[in-house]
Design a protein around this ligand. Structure first.
Ligand code: ZN
Length: 310
């Protein structure tokens, strides 16, 4: 973990909570958000300024930008009014399927884990026991031999159960089997998905309004696959092509920035982004490797909050 080193980077925000938006794992309050803004205040650039300095290679070591991933309604309703009070603008990375009536399971599952269990470990215990009782148990047991909590050292806020769950989800089960198990759990609780999901995402109008207020809107794939790099290049092309066209048509201008969903990308992804005319991209950690213009570092808000003691 080398998050204290100094280099220009983004701060990466996801969930916010208040009376309306539930306090899920990693969600922060208005007070915590303001503490972060105050902590970095003199180093935070407007999104446009950060973009201009990045593409002209003139970012300074301490230059910080603010970034919001996943088009979440809680960001618009909780964080945006604070940004406006501070006179700040940010990058907003939008996966477009949810603006087009799609219900992506990533967020639905997150809300399910949050509101349907007393605590996250209760969910994990239930989920692990479902896996054990399923036809996939032998394969999962075998795959778990390759699991090591230490591989998540860039996310020190993850507990061993957090990383074991993510390993089972992404490596041992894979998308289809994972979704089959989760959908069965949700179905058993009699949840109506449309109303359950109604407070999760922004609408097209929200995104248009952000753009009109000087914020910078960027790509984040169309459906937010958890491991985009595992997809063949043609599927990656579809994800980013659709995302690009959707945002261009919605905003009347071509997107020029991207953040990689779940930090997943490979050489093919970067070629696709270059061909779309994308000029700048963000990953989702502070790892210190040689980065391209598509791999600017970002620090997760959970790390920042832990460090400044909020
Ligand atoms: Zn995302």
């Amino acid at each position: 973990m080398r998050s204290l080193e100094i280099k220009p980077h983004g701060l990466m925000f996801h969930h916010f909570y208040n009376e309306k938006h539930c306090r899920g794992q990693g969600a922060i309050s208005i007070g915590q958000f303001e503490a972060v803004l105050t902590h970095y205040e003199k180093h935070i650039l407007s999104a446009e300024e950060w973009f201009n300095r990045a593409v002209s290679n003139s970012l300074k070591d301490h230059d910080i930008c603010l970034t919001f991933d996943d088009a979440l309604l809680c960001q618009y309703e909780v964080a945006l009014p604070v940004l406006e009070r501070y006179g700040l603008t940010a990058f907003w990375f939008v996966y477009s399927s949810v603006l087009d009536g799609g219900l992506e399971k990533l967020e639905i599952y997150r809300k399910f884990r949050t509101v349907c269990y007393a605590c996250i470990d209760d969910f994990y215990l239930d989920f692990f026991s479902r896996v054990k009782a399923s036809a996939y148990n032998d394969a999962v047991e075998l795959a778990l031999k390759g699991y090591a909590h230490d591989n998540w050292k860039y996310c020190p806020f993850y507990s061993p159960n957090d990383t074991k769950f993510r390993y089972i989800r992404d490596v041992a089960l894979g998308v289809d089997k994972y979704q089959e198990l989760m959908d069965r759990m949700i179905c058993e609780q009699g949840i109506d998905l449309a109303s359950f999901a109604s407070d999760l995402w922004m609408t097209k109008e929200h995104v248009r309004s952000l753009c009109a207020r000087g914020h910078v809107i960027g790509l984040h794939s169309h459906t937010h696959p958890t491991v985009l790099a595992d997809l063949p290049a043609t599927e990656q092309q579809k994800e980013y092509g659709q995302n690009y066209r959707f945002l261009r048509d919605l905003l009347g201008k071509s997107p020029e920035v991207v953040s990689h969903p779940c930090n997943s990308y490979n050489v093919e992804t970067l070629k696709i982004l270059a061909a779309l005319g994308i000029r700048l991209g963000f990953r989702a950690n502070m790892a210190d490797h040689q980065y391209s213009r598509f791999e600017f570092a970002r620090e997760d808000h959970a790390n920042v909050i832990r460090r400044i003691g909020q």
